[in-house]
Write a protein that binds this ligand. Structure first.
Ligand SMILES: Nc1nc2c(ncn2[C@@H]2O[C@H](COP(=O)(O)OP(=O)(O)O)[C@@H](O)[C@H]2O)c(=O)[nH]1
Ligand SMILES: [Mg+2]
Length: 510
């Protein structure tokens, strides 16, 4: 037979009290006795014994606690935040720092400042820790009505004409069980008529791209103008809910058909449970009795799903988005730096191509095969390398120049270039007769092919790519043989004095 719990507590309590009384009594007797014999010892002895008893009780409680598992919970408590977002947040922070270093390399001050501001904004968003829920979709689909319904009070002007919302309007929400504050952001719609609409659309798209979570509102099956941006955003990893609003306008069967259709259309990027049917602001209906009746908003499925997503994925959504944004910013910065480097490298190639041409024209080389070697200046290679942050020594540059020269010759590009330019010259410059100038302009042309090939080589971190040097060179030859380009190239040759009009006829035959 088991004792009731209250009985055990009572018996235990009485026993402990009796023991305590006995202890106090014994201590008192001891104290009296000692103070008779050695009075100075009585008080320190009593205090010492009390301390010992205290320690004994504490130790007993501690070990009973271990046995009962009292301390286990607080000791091995799991961390509050799941590990993944913490790692992602750290990754996002590291990424932003790397981007800041990259941004310093951008020469154009206005562009650099704009990107630095963007980077700062992302960092601030990360620090602020709010979840940005952006409501996006076609004008008049009911975005503002949806926000009104969620907030439960009128927060924005809701009207039938398109373009009620001209800029992003922000409302804050708190959700039980979620530490982060939620920002509900209303956007102007997409697909509005007129230029003002286009501008607003750009703002809306920008806001949608910055969202942690996207609520994409439609009021029927998806149009192409809705499908493209929605799938585009979902494809870059934007967490999205597709909301079919104004369901009160459809009979139940049609409503279900549209929902199924929507689920099928977006299934590659959006889960079926994230396609939700609501009526944010149902229109009044006339009852059979003739009474006018306005149904309540039907947004419960959305609220439930929204809460589940935010509670379940909130941390992930913020971290993912920050990472996504910083990656986009990084890509933008890389592209800019890349364009900047290409421009600088092109200037170098331009300079060297006419220098080389001059040298060849002054000292004509008898053998065509030397042309390529003469055209590739090792200093040009070193300078291009420097732009891409690569310090080449003279020997390496010479080796590169030599092997590229050989490749140009062995692929027949030297002869090809002579032919190409001879034809282009006779077609484009009527007063020109083929003379020794052809060697100069061919040298310039080969310098360009070589220079462009080296730009690609350094751009790809000193690699010629899968097809090797030969393919890289061929590709540049193909890219630089278009009539338009040749015409402009010849104009440049004339301007630089490499090709002189009415030159004394001195037939060049190889
Ligand atoms: N029948 C019906 N009309 C709605 C519903 N939600 C919004 N509307 C109407 O659609 C029009 C545009 O709504 P609004 O919220 O301004 O759309 P927004 O441009 O996307 O912000 C307004 O006339 C709303 O009353 C709905 O659930 N049912
Ligand atoms: Mg609106």
């Amino acid at each position: 037979m088991r004792f009731p719990r209250s009985w055990s507590i009572a018996i235990g309590g009485i026993s402990v009290s009796i023991l305590a009384l006995w202890l106090i009594n014994s201590l008192y007797a001891l104290y009296v006795q000692v103070s008779w014999t050695t009075p100075w010892l009585a008080t320190p002895l009593l205090i010492g014994i009390l301390i010992l008893i205290g320690i004994a009780i504490a130790a007993a409680v501690y070990y009973i606690g271990i046995f009962q598992g009292w301390w286990r919970k607080s000791r091995s408590k799991p961390p509050e935040l799941p590990k993944v977002p913490v790692a992602k947040t750290a990754a996002a922070t590291a990424n932003l720092q790397a981007i800041d270093r990259q941004l310093q390399q951008i020469q154009d001050e206005v562009t650099r400042q704009a990107l630095i501001d963007k980077s700062r904004e992302i960092a601030e968003n990360l620090a602020r820790g709010q979840i940005r829920v952006v409501v996006f979709g076609t004008g008049s689909a009911g975005k503002t009505s949806l926000i009104n319904a969620i907030i439960g009070r009128i927060v924005g002007e809701v009207g039938a004409p398109m373009g009620t919302t001209t800029k992003g309007e922000i409302y804050t929400l708190e959700l039980k069980g979620l530490d982060r504050q939620i920002l509900l952001i209303d956007t102007p719609g997409i697909l509005e008529a007129g230029t003002a609409g286009t501008q607003r659309e750009a703002i809306a798209r920008e806001l949608a791209t910055s969202a942690d979570l996207l609520l994409f509102v439609v009021d029927n099956d998806l149009r192409a103008s809705e499908y493209t941006p929605l799938m585009g955003l979902a494809a870059i990893g934007k967490r999205s809910l597709l909301i079919f609003n104004k369901t009160d306008l459809y009979p139940p069967l049609d409503r279900a058909r549209i929902v199924t259709k929507l689920q099928q259309r977006v299934h590659s990027e959006i889960e079926p449970q994230d396609v939700l049917a609501i009526a944010a602001n149902p229109q009044p209906v006339r009852l059979e009795s003739g009474e006018i009746f306005t149904p309540d908003p039907d947004i419960f499925p959305l609220i439930r799903r929204l809460a589940a997503v935010l509670r379940g994925e909130g941390e992930d959504l913020v971290a993912d988005n920050i990472l996504l944004q910083s990656q986009r910013l990084g890509a933008e910065a890389r592209e800019l730096i890349d364009a900047q480097r290409r421009q600088a490298a092109d200037r170098i190639v331009n300079r060297y191509q006419w220098i080389g041409a001059g040298v060849v024209t002054v000292t004509p080389l008898p053998v065509v095969d030397f042309l390529a070697t003469a055209a590739i200046n090792t200093q040009m290679i070193i300078e291009i390398g420097k732009i891409y942050g690569c310090d080449l020594n003279k020997e390496t540059a010479q080796e590169l120049a030599l092997s590229l020269g050989k490749t140009l010759t062995s692929l027949g590009i030297v002869k090809g270039a002579i032919q190409l330019l001879s034809t282009a010259l006779t077609v484009n410059v009527t007063t020109y007769a083929l003379g020794k100038g052809i060697q100069g302009i061919t040298a310039a042309y080969l310098t360009r092919i070589a220079g462009r090939s080296f730009i690609e080589y350094f751009h790809q971190d000193r690699s010629w790519g899968d097809g090797g040097m030969a393919e890289a060179v061929q590709q540049q030859f193909q890219l630089n043989r278009k009539d338009e380009f040749l015409k402009a190239f010849i104009q440049q040759a004339i301007a630089s004095g490499t090709v002189k009009l009415n030159e004394t006829i001195e037939h060049y035959r190889q």
